[in-house]
Design a binder for this molecule. Structure first.
Ligand SMILES: Nc1nc2c(c(=O)[nH]1)N[C@H]1C(S)=C(S)[C@@H](COP(=O)(O)OP(=O)(O)OC[C@H]3O[C@@H](n4cnc5c(=O)[nH]c(N)nc54)[C@H](O)[C@@H]3O)O[C@H]1N2
Ligand SMILES: Nc1nc2c(c(=O)[nH]1)N[C@H]1C(S)=C(S)[C@@H](COP(=O)(O)OP(=O)(O)OC[C@H]3O[C@@H](n4cnc5c(=O)[nH]c(N)nc54)[C@H](O)[C@@H]3O)O[C@H]1N2
Ligand SMILES: [Mo]
Length: 833
């Protein structure tokens, strides 16, 4: 059958679209996805402006369609290495939020308890006066910055320079602490440095793809399309899925001849140790690789000896035979790609578990070759840059805060006195900053691009802290979010499509995102706001020149790139011009020696772990205490990876008679986080309009609960109400999406106390190593409140797929369609067409 050159799909009901199968080792065919606003034809589009997705970490390359100064649609970029033209639902429809009538267009200040509009001079002078007053009276440690994983590299570098450099506070972190802190921690523990070893092209070559706590189908749908196309082609990979829910990935695992393991949440370390136990016991270890390129194998071998499958099966409440089966698939892999995300990072013993995934690939010698990779995934679109640029608890350029030479080098780039850059203690993590604000030692908190009044754990506490009179709260956002409503000053930002800058996805691909349209009203790019603040503060460098020395996105990027010279994330070969001229995004490191970037790290088995070079000396896996240089040197890791063992420890909060379930929280394919953007995109909001709770059919029967019933979910912190979706989740576990704060596009949402936000329920507790909060391990109770008027409005796509009959499938309306184009003929070996 000949392929249609183009077809249209319901991009809500069929978010992954049609298959373009390809064989192992083949190249992924192009399929260009496009959506234009109703009534707009292609010939109406006046300009296509280049960018990438800002609604997840995959880095899907996008062209924005512009007509009469407005965004009217998007299409995928065929030439880009990341997506080969494809787009997911949020890519296709999320841009509509930019033109939402309730965008912030003017600064706001609080007067007599109310937020009122003002001009930029008044708002900024207010921020500057308070900053100066606090610096004079209480010093730099009274000021905290809480930023995001959704700004651009230029903005983070500027923020880091201002916060860590000019002001000299140690209190700067990103919401990346909630998101990818464990990715960074796991990479630092094993490789002594951040940076993803793998590449998305590993999907093209792998014969086993193992996903640990990673619902890729819903959270990076384009990466899943790539995996689906491999599954549909010749020599498909086997999938191993570790997730307590019946996700699309879990289904594919079973169908591909792989394995789905659904452990009790919070038991990842036990499970990983069990898998490593089997792999070592059966001799599926690449001894040559281990001997040549790692340290620590004897300790690892000794540790995992205590985790035979029968024992692990009891801890994880799964079958021992399933563990053996999964180990066989992993142990027999010729090319193993492993990915890790929030089911590990936000669960109990996050870093210890993520590190065991690194260990798995290392003991099997599965690194540095096509198809052999590790993706300690990021979540947010620009989280990689928050870390690289040092706008979180890291130092710019993956430098080691514990190494004076690194601090001095950064100070040279900034032309500041090294003593000005705080480095006597590890940088303050977000949960600790919140604690300092609670105690009053932080007197000013500047929140940019994040909505902690919905996304931090234990919201009653967070609301109390953020609304204290003694805390001066600055919120820089594009909407009057739940957090902005608590602010003393609100600064209206321009966003994606309205400003220019760069960002880097999970597999180190750097994209340039160009300005397509003007921001609304007086909204300004985040970069301009930070630089304006610096000028008003009159920061100066060692030669008395204004600091930062840069003045716009291009000069900020140039300064950033120059500062990375010789560091692992070397950007010196990149510039805005180069990224504008290249057909595709480019992977760092990119320097004179590698002008086209670098596909895979560690191909020669050499790691960035030499003591003088590494980003981190590592931490104790149980207490999280930073190791000293001497302790690190004693490991003798020169250019080797470090196999770090960990023992399983039970979670702090376990189910009991009062709270018999384990509660986990997470995402749907249709929404992004606190929905400030996707809740304003009609097709996405309609697909997942309200909060729900997933429970298994057995648990529902036991409790006398039916699909669509209204139920209360309670933990020791609070309670919410949600409709029940009976899904394929494992017994004893409840899942609640965390997208729903109290803002509602219909205006009819629950009252101002939340009432439906998952984080009313979550616990104030974090991983000792990465300090990432535990959003995925708590004890909870489910109680039926009332019968429903029909099935839950939860989506039927992905993990919340109902197990019973009679629930109407989630569909998009007439404006929920996308065009698919296939410029290439079908390749050999496809199973369809
Ligand atoms: N559609 C959509 N895509 C997104 C986002 C979004 O909000 N919406 N956000 C982006 C961001 S910032 C992030 S961080 C990523 C997150 O992407 P993911 O990590 O894929 O998403 P989550 O739903 O948070 O969690 C993944 C899975 O972890 C499982 N899980 C829970 N507890 C455990 C456990 O103890 N062990 C194991 N093995 N699994 C467990 C859950 O059942 C869930 O299916 O997504 C990114 N992409
Ligand atoms: N229970 C539970 N809680 C979780 C999670 C979970 O799985 N379960 N996941 C955690 C994770 S991984 C993450 S990443 C966080 C996400 O949590 P948040 O970061 O709080 O979520 P967002 O809704 O993305 O918030 C981004 C804010 O920035 C604004 N914004 C958007 N674009 C711009 C811009 O260009 N400039 C500025 N200045 N502002 C902008 C948006 O309007 C929004 O208010 O939530 C965490 N919280
Ligand atoms: Mo995230």
């Amino acid at each position: 059958m000949r392929r249609e050159p183009s077809a249209s799909r319901d991009a809500i009901g069929e978010p992954w679209g049609s298959r373009t199968p390809y064989p192992a080792g083949g190249s992924w065919p192009v399929r260009v996805d496009q959506h234009l606003a109703e009534g707009v034809a292609e010939e109406d589009v006046q300009r296509w402006v280049r960018t990438a997705s800002l609604l997840h970490s995959n880095g899907d390359a996008i062209d924005i369609a512009v007509r009469d100064g407005r965004i009217v649609g998007v299409r995928g970029r065929a030439d880009d290495r990341v997506n080969h033209g494809r787009l997911g639902p949020k890519d296709l429809f999320g841009w509509q939020a930019n033109a939402s009538p309730d965008r912030l267009t003017r600064p706001l200040v609080r007067r007599d308890g109310r937020l009122v509009e003002t001009d930029w001079d008044t708002a900024m002078d207010h921020v500057v006066d308070r900053t100066k007053q606090l610096l004079a009276e209480r010093g730099p440690s009274s000021i905290g910055f809480y930023t995001t994983g959704q700004l651009f590299a230029e903005e983070y570098y500027t923020q880091a320079a201002i916060g860590h450099g000019a002001i000299g506070t140690n209190h700067m972190d990103g919401n990346t602490r909630l998101c990818t802190a464990t990715a960074a921690a796991a990479l630092k523990e094993t490789f002594a440095c951040d940076g993803q070893p793998g590449s998305y092209t590993d999907v093209d070559h792998a014969d086993v793809i193992a996903l640990f706590g990673h619902n890729v189908a819903e959270t990076q749908p384009v990466l899943w399309m790539r995996m689906l196309d491999r599954l549909a082609g010749q020599d498909p990979p086997k999938i191993v899925c570790v997730d307590p829910r019946d996700t699309e990935v879990a289904r594919a695992a079973r169908e591909s001849g792989g394995v789905h393991l659904a452990p009790l949440p919070g038991t990842n370390v036990a499970l990983m140790n069990g898998l490593l136990h089997e792999i070592i016991r059966n001799g599926w270890v690449d001894r040559d690789y281990v001997d040549a390129h790692t340290v620590g194998f004897p300790e690892l071998e000794k540790r995992v000896a205590d985790y035979p499958p029968d024992e692990v099966a009891r801890t994880c409440r799964i079958g021992a035979e399933e563990i053996r089966a999964a180990a066989r698939v992993l142990g027999g892999a010729q090319r193993l790609l492993s990915t890790v995300l929030q089911g590990v990072y936000q669960s109990h013993q996050a870093s210890a578990a993520a590190v065991q995934v690194n260990n798995l690939n290392l003991v099997r010698g599965m690194l540095g070759r096509p198809g052999c990779g590790i993706l300690q995934m990021n979540g947010q679109p620009t989280a990689q840059n928050t870390r690289e640029c040092g706008a979180d608890g890291d130092m710019s350029g993956f430098r080691n805060w514990n190494n004076d030479a690194h601090v001095a080098e950064l100070a040279r780039h900034w032309n500041l006195d090294p003593l000005q850059i705080p480095h006597m203690a590890p940088p303050t993590h977000a949960m600790q900053m919140i604690r300092y604000a609670e105690e009053g030692s932080i007197g000013m908190l500047w929140v940019s691009g994040t909505n902690p009044a919905v996304s931090l754990p234990e919201l009653t506490r967070i609301r109390d802290i953020l609304s204290q009179d003694r805390l001066f709260l600055v919120v820089q956002d594009i909407f009057l979010s739940e957090t902005a409503q608590l602010a003393d000053v609100v600064l209206p930002a321009a966003t994606w499509g309205e400003k220019t800058g760069c960002f880097t996805n999970v597999d180190r691909t750097v994209h340039l995102s160009e300005k397509a349209v003007d921001p609304p009203g007086e909204a300004r790019p985040d970069l301009d706001i930070f630089l304006d603040f610096a000028r008003r503060m009159d920061f100066r460098d060692a030669d008395g020149r204004p600091f930062p020395q840069w003045h716009d996105a291009e000069s900020a990027f140039a300064a950033w790139a120059a500062s990375t010279e010789g560091r692992p994330c070397d950007y010196t070969g990149l510039s805005h011009t180069k990224l504008r001229e290249a057909a595709s995004g480019i992977q760092w490191p990119c320097d004179a020696e590698h002008p086209d970037g670098t596909e895979r790290l560690y191909v020669d088995g050499k790691f960035w772990s030499a003591p003088d070079y590494c980003e981190s000396y590592g931490r104790d896996m149980v207490t999280g205490a930073p190791l000293e240089e001497t302790e690190y040197r004693a490991l003798n890791p020169h250019a080797r990876a470090i196999l770090k063992a960990a023992e399983y420890l039970p979670p702090h909060e376990r189910p009991g008679p009062e709270h018999p379930f384990v509660l986990i929280t997470g995402r749907t394919i249709y929404h992004f986080h606190t929905r400030t953007k996707t809740g304003r995109a009609p097709q996405l909001q309609a697909a997942a309009p309200e909060v729900w709770v997933e429970c298994s059919a057995t648990d529902a029967r036991r409790l006398g609960v039916q699909e669509g019933d209204l139920a209360e979910v309670a933990t020791p912190r609070g309670a919410i109400r949600a409709t029940v979706r009976i899904s394929g989740i494992r017994d004893g576990v409840l899942f609640v999406p965390f997208h729903y704060g109290y803002w509602d596009s219909s205006g009819s949402g629950p009252d101002g106390n939340g009432g439906r936000a998952a984080n009313e329920l979550t616990i104030t507790d974090w991983d000792p190593v990465s300090k990432q909060p535990l959003f995925k391990t708590a004890a909870a109770r489910l109680t039926r409140v009332a019968g429903g008027s029909g099935p839950s409005p939860a989506p039927t796509t992905g993990a919340p797929r109902p197990v019973g009959e009679g629930v109407p499938a989630t569909r998009g309306g007439p404006d929920g369609r996308a065009l698919e184009r296939r410029p290439e003929p079908a390749r050999t070996g496809g199973a369809t067409s």
